[in-house]
Design a protein. Structure first.
Length: 111
């Protein structure tokens, strides 16, 4: 197991732990009659690097293909392509597909 895999496992553990603690606090508050505001956990993708498949999708977005065409080219459903694009937007902190392409070029993820 390399350092990247250890980091991913640790990040997942920390995220799970935060969600578990928040759920436990809400349950306890309901039992005691007080109200705790729900604060959803931060998006997990932010700060992570895109996967190889997400980079493939980003390259095809940069080539001007729409989700359906990307799905046909990579043998994926259109919904799976949409999911990859959504994760890319979060990981690259991009506002749109065009912004994601620009960030991908700047970071050297795509050519």
């Amino acid at each position: 197991m390399d350092a990247a895999e250890r980091k991913e496992i640790l990040d997942r553990y920390r995220d799970h732990s935060r969600r578990f603690e928040a759920a436990a606090a809400r349950r306890s508050a309901r039992r005691h009659g007080s109200v705790i505001p729900f604060n959803p956990p931060a998006t997990r993708e932010v700060g992570q690097d895109p996967t190889a498949r997400e980079i493939e999708v980003l390259q095809l977005v940069a080539d001007g293909l729409v989700n359906r065409e990307i799905g046909e080219r990579l043998f994926l459903s259109e919904e799976t392509v949409k999911s990859h694009v959504r994760h890319l937007l979060a990981k690259l902190q991009a506002r749109s597909r065009a912004h994601a392409v620009a960030v991908g070029f700047r970071r050297g993820l795509i050519a």
